[in-house]
Ligand binder design. Structure first.
Ligand SMILES: Cc1cc2nc3c(=O)[nH]c(=O)nc-3n(C[C@H](O)[C@H](O)[C@H](O)COP(=O)(O)OP(=O)(O)OC[C@H]3O[C@@H](n4cnc5c(N)ncnc54)[C@H](O)[C@@H]3O)c2cc1C
Length: 438
């Protein structure tokens, strides 16, 4: 029997996971991507100024030993292993992360209310999963902390208030710190480190994309090929430049709201469901500095609603190889979404507001020398788990299943996948294409 002709759409973690799996079975996958560069979200941009920025901060904290080994081999063992230091900026104060067990620097009355409400919340036994994210936060953390911290941050990050979000993306149980942890954090400056990422890996040179580059040698990748139509009956993919490609099996990592309208004959109900799926748009503003003492943090969460960025990361603290010698850098993430908070300006218009707010929170000096600035739009950043997702997603997935189109990755499965999960999703998709999995 001849080998199936498997076409893979995309060239990010999921598509490369699929092609890696196909290579294990002796098949060389054909990948097509709309971009002029490979890697999707995990692409890295090396600028003439000598500064290197990922398309949004990317670190590897996979627990899979298999993937740890695979990625380590891909960079010839040249990666940094670092402890993450994370902090929060809250109304003029820097608070160690997680804020709830580091309340020490906060105003006394706020601290007291956070502790009292937490004690009340801890008396309530964990029952059924709360229906919306705000109720989940209040049950886990207590009313004051929940409303003052994660609810505010979550609204900035997801662009939608927590009462309009589901809880399916949360772990199976509430995360509650112990009473002792909360009390110690309120009383003492020094606290033990507690975070969901305690240490991580990052390539020494070339940014996160270095982990993926060797995968590109094991597939046939065609760039600058934007898919515009899919004929699921004739099994033909059409590209914007007029080229067409037949397939036996199709694996797609293209975001579902983009994919569905391309499919010939997609029913109106499925199109409407796909249009309901919400995702944030992230604008990253990248800044290069002639100094590397800007912050000791790996990344920082910023709560204030009137500060334009939601999160900051400091690439030189991930690897000095991301900057010219002695230099440092900041990447700011600003969030929008077509459904809830449309981006109504060019990305570059955010550079000066980001610089002004970095001065305001004390990370930059007024008028200090800056060696590099650029801004990029990530149209699909984080899936928003709003209440519409729960009804819309099965409609879309059932339809794709009925056509035999295999959807993979963060934007095919439409989940909160990290890089390793997107890669594994691609591997699983390839197994299904080969008839090796259900
Ligand atoms: C700001 C941010 C920070 C993150 N930080 C981390 C982190 O620190 N660690 C971590 O593990 N994960 C992180 N993630 C998650 C990680 O980026 C994703 O899990 C992963 O990159 C998703 O890979 P993917 O292949 O599923 O999607 P993508 O990388 O988005 O791949 C989809 C591909 O489809 C292509 N495509 C789209 N439309 C078309 C079309 N019409 N025709 C042809 N091609 C098309 C795109 O160009 C793209 O290459 C972060 C995500 C964001 C947004």
């Amino acid at each position: 029997m001849s080998e199936p002709d498997i076409l893979v759409l995309g060239s990010g973690m999921a598509a490369l996971g699929a092609s890696h799996e196909l290579a294990q079975h002796g098949l060389r996958a054909r990948l097509f991507d709309k971009n002029a560069y490979p890697g999707g979200h995990t692409a890295t941009f090396v600028h003439d100024t000598g500064f290197v920025f990922d398309d949004g901060p990317h670190i590897s904290f996979t627990k899979s030993e298999r993937l740890q080994t695979l990625f380590a081999e891909n960079v010839g063992g040249a990666f940094e292993t670092l402890d993450a230091y994370v902090n929060n900026y809250y109304r003029g104060t820097w608070v160690k992360h997680p804020a709830q067990v580091n309340l020490h620097n906060l105003p006394p009355e706020l601290k007291l209310q956070c502790v009292l409400d937490f004690l009340d919340a801890s008396k309530v036994p964990e029952q059924e999963r709360p229906e919306n994210y705000l109720d989940w936060l209040i049950a886990a953390f207590g009313e004051t902390f929940a409303r003052e911290f994660p609810a505010v941050y979550g609204t900035k990050y997801h662009t939608v208030p927590p009462e309009k979000m589901s809880t399916v993306w949360m772990g199976p149980r509430l995360y509650r710190p112990s009473v002792e942890e909360v009390l110690r954090g309120a009383m003492f400056e020094e606290t033990p480190d507690v975070h969901y990422v305690s240490h991580f890996r990052y390539p020494t040179t070339g940014g996160f994309m270095s982990y993926l580059t060797p995968f590109l040698e094991k597939c046939d990748l065609t760039l600058d090929h934007k898919v515009v139509a899919i004929d699921p009956v004739g099994k033909i993919v059409s590209f914007a430049n007029g080229r067409t490609e037949p397939y036996d099996r199709l694996i797609s990592s293209i975001p579902l709201p983009t994919l569905i309208p391309m499919i010939d004959g997609a029913p109106e109900a499925v199109r409407e469901a796909a249009a309901q799926l919400a995702c944030t748009t992230c604008v990253t503003v990248n800044i290069g500095l002639p100094r590397n003492d800007v912050s000791r943090a790996t990344w920082s969460y910023v709560y204030d609603e009137d500060i334009v960025f939601t999160r900051l990361n400091f690439p030189h603290n991930m690897s000095p190889g991301t900057c010219p010698p002695g230099c440092g850098s900041i990447q700011a993430e600003c969030y929008f979404s077509p459904k809830y908070k449309p981006l109504d300006m060019p990305a570059e218009a955010l550079i000066q507001p980001v610089i002004d707010d970095l001065v305001r929170i004390g990370l930059l000096q007024k008028d200090e020398k800056i060696l590099h600035t650029d801004a990029r739009v990530i149209p699909y950043a984080n899936v928003i788990f709003d209440l519409d997702r729960e009804t819309a997603l099965p409609v879309v997935h059932d339809y794709l299943d009925s056509l035999g189109i295999i959807y993979v990755g963060r934007f095919g499965e439409w989940g909160y996948h990290w890089t390793d999960e997107a890669f594994i999703s691609g591997e699983e998709g390839a197994k299904r294409a080969l008839g090796l999995a259900g």
